[in-house]
Structures are given as C-alpha cells and as structure tokens.
Design a binder for this molecule. Sequence first.
Ligand code: NAP
Length: 210
Amino acid sequence: MPSTLLWGAAGGIGKALTQQLTASGHMVVAVSRHPAEMKALTPHVIAADVTQPAQVSAAARMAAGMGAPFDLFIYAAGDIASLKTAEMTPADWNRILSANLTGAFLTAQASLPHLKADARLVFIGAVHERLRLPGLSAYAAAKAGLEAFAEVLRKETRLPVLVVRPGAVDTPFWKKVPFSMPKNALSPQTLAEKILTALEEDKTGMLDIG
Ligand SMILES: NC(=O)c1ccc[n+]([C@@H]2O[C@H](COP(=O)([O-])OP(=O)(O)OC[C@H]3O[C@@H](n4cnc5c(N)ncnc54)[C@H](OP(=O)(O)O)[C@@H]3O)[C@@H](O)[C@H]2O)c1
C-alpha cells in the first residue's frame, strides 16, 4: 500500500487531500494541530506545529514508526494576513513566513530520512506574482521563497518535487483576509483531484491549477 506523510493536514486543502488519498488506497499519516479532528479521515494522526523544530522532529520520528518509508511527502500548511508593511509587527511577519516557508524547510528536512529513494514531494504554493498587492508582502515573499527552496531541494535530492500553485480555493483560508473569495474558486476536492492526477502524470516543477 502506498504511504503519504502529509504536514498541515487539517486545512481545507489538507483534508481534501487526506480524503482522496485514503480513498485511492494510500495510508496517510496526517500531521496537524488538530489530530482529533483528523481521526475521522485517517487513523494515523500526529499533533505538531510545523514551525517548531522539536515538534517537527518528534512528529517525523513518530510518523516513521507508522508507515516509513513514505512514497509521498506533502506540505499543505500555510497562513495569511492582510497587513500593510507599516502596520505589520515582526511577530505577524514571522508567523506568515514560518507557516508558508520555514515549516516547509523543517518538515522536508525531518521527513527526508523517512522517504523512499524515489519518493515525490509536493508543496502547496500560490501564484505569488499575482499577489504582490498592498497588505500581502509577507505572504507573497514567503510563497516566492517556497518556490526557490523547492527548486534547490529538487537539485540537492534529485527527487521529483512539485510546487502546486492553486488559484482561489474555497477553504477557511479566505476568512483570514478582508477580500471576497472569487466566484470561480475551486472546491478543495476538485483541487485535490487535480493534484492526484498531476502526480499520476509525473508532473514536477511548478504547476498552476485553477
Ligand atoms: N485557499 C486558497 O484560495 C489558496 C490559494 C492558493 C494557495 N493556498 C495555499 O494552500 C495551503 C492550504 O491552505 P487552505 O486553503 O487549505 O487553508 P486553511 O484551511 O486555512 O489551511 C491551512 C492549514 O495550515 C495550518 N497551519 C498554519 N500554521 C500552522 C502551523 N504553524 N503548524 C501547523 N499547521 C499550521 C492551519 O492549521 P490551524 O487550523 O491549526 O490554524 C490550517 O490547517 C496554504 O499554503 C495556502 O497558502 C490556498
């Protein structure tokens, strides 16, 4: 049975991915800040904040005991706030950078020893070029950094690394910003289906969806 280690699993996109991967026969280890909630979707749940190195290391060790070596690594955590630079505190900046970028580094680093030699890695990014808007400096910078990190990681590990760049997706993410969600937002289930199809087609690099 193929196995997936999914970090940031309790978000709208993380839950849809967990559902579809389990439905397609994957054993999914779901790491999130809401393990009790995730138990409805997979029995293999672990609690961790992806921005805390000690919690990430402990979670990776625990995950290894549940299903290593893994075929698939997914990083689906993220955070956003609309705050102009003049009003953003260092704590706001760090929270957004940590959830979107530093967490990707920490979880990838901790997961690599527990992945198969031909494992695939997927990071959920964003179409950050379109998000260089007032209030989104931290988010746009973090997602741009995520792509640079993922590209270097691919060269270092020679593993297939995919950065998915969704358009709007109908998840609780939109409650964190004072913008209306576009009417054509994808459902998280549709996005998850498209990600699984991209994996079946061996897509790597950057992939815009929606
Ligand atoms: N929704 C969209 O339109 C859209 C578009 C483009 C890209 N994306 C990206 O897609 C990814 C998933 O977003 P989503 O739409 O599924 O939003 P979501 O429902 O808000 O999910 C984000 C998840 O990240 C988790 N998270 C944030 N900080 C964390 C931390 N320090 N430790 C552990 N978990 C943490 C959140 O956990 P808590 O519930 O504990 O806060 C939440 O479960 C994000 O990277 C986002 O940037 C979303």
